[in-house]
Design a protein around this ligand. Sequence first.
Ligand SMILES: NC(=O)c1ccc[n+]([C@@H]2O[C@H](COP(=O)([O-])OP(=O)(O)OC[C@H]3O[C@@H](n4cnc5c(N)ncnc54)[C@H](O)[C@@H]3O)[C@@H](O)[C@H]2O)c1
Length: 250
Amino acid sequence: MFTSILKDKVILITGGNGLIGKHIVQGAKSSGATVVNVDIGNRHNEENGELNFDITTESGIQQLIDTVMSKYGRIDGLVNNAYPRTADWGNKVEDIKFESWQKNIDLQMNSIFLLCQKTLDIMKAQNSGSIVNIASIYGVVGNDFTLYEEYGGTSPAAYAAIKGGLINLTRYLASYYGKYNIRLNCVSPGGVLDEKQQKASFIENYSKKSPLKRLANPEEIAPSVIFLLSDLASYITGHNLMVDGGWTAI
Ligand SMILES: NC(=O)c1ccc[n+]([C@@H]2O[C@H](COP(=O)([O-])OP(=O)(O)OC[C@H]3O[C@@H](n4cnc5c(N)ncnc54)[C@H](O)[C@@H]3O)[C@@H](O)[C@H]2O)c1
């Protein structure tokens, strides 16, 4: 992607098999990184950096860290991109069961805190590192629910809480760990085209509202992530980079 800007760096990417994650993995590899992709859908293969651990459990996170450290001895970059969620994700507010709300906060928010905490210990000892958390436009602005009328589900309330919280947790940790030469940033995508999941009416209505008049293509998120992981972004920390076609500019 950007020839050699991640050369000699060990980069850990969660959810690297997904719509956005697979392009982050490809982008990091083509920028020279040694990539570890941890995804619950992986066939576990430590040799080629494809790991199958559940990043929502303390034991899965610890096994992940131990595996990476015993093979590579360092972590230069972490991308929190995985998207675990419950089967009823997408319910409207009135229908959300409290246990489901709690579970999603646990799966998507608490797990990121724990993975960051353990990775930051390693980065602190190295006196270097970069973490990129994948947030969303819906961590920054509210939703236009007319877009979801024919969607068969909505963008859930917990998503707003999780992504908004993640953006400010990133600022907190950026401030706390800056003195150890560790940077933390967010990338916040807008809607990403996924023709298998999205109805034509949603694509049309979203596109009409977006300044660039379309959704993002899945490969358009990765370049910002690669940049923030790299030393080209050496003076950028605590930032939330919107990759949203102008959605939050209007
Ligand atoms: N798709 C969008 O329109 C969009 C927009 C804004 C932000 N985002 C954010 O981008 C990130 C990626 O989204 P996506 O659409 O590519 O998701 P996706 O569902 O396509 O991919 C997520 C990946 O995470 C993996 N995963 C799920 N649970 C896991 C677990 N417990 N342990 C390890 N891996 C696990 C899945 O196997 C999958 O490969 C998410 O944080 C999401 O909130 C997506």
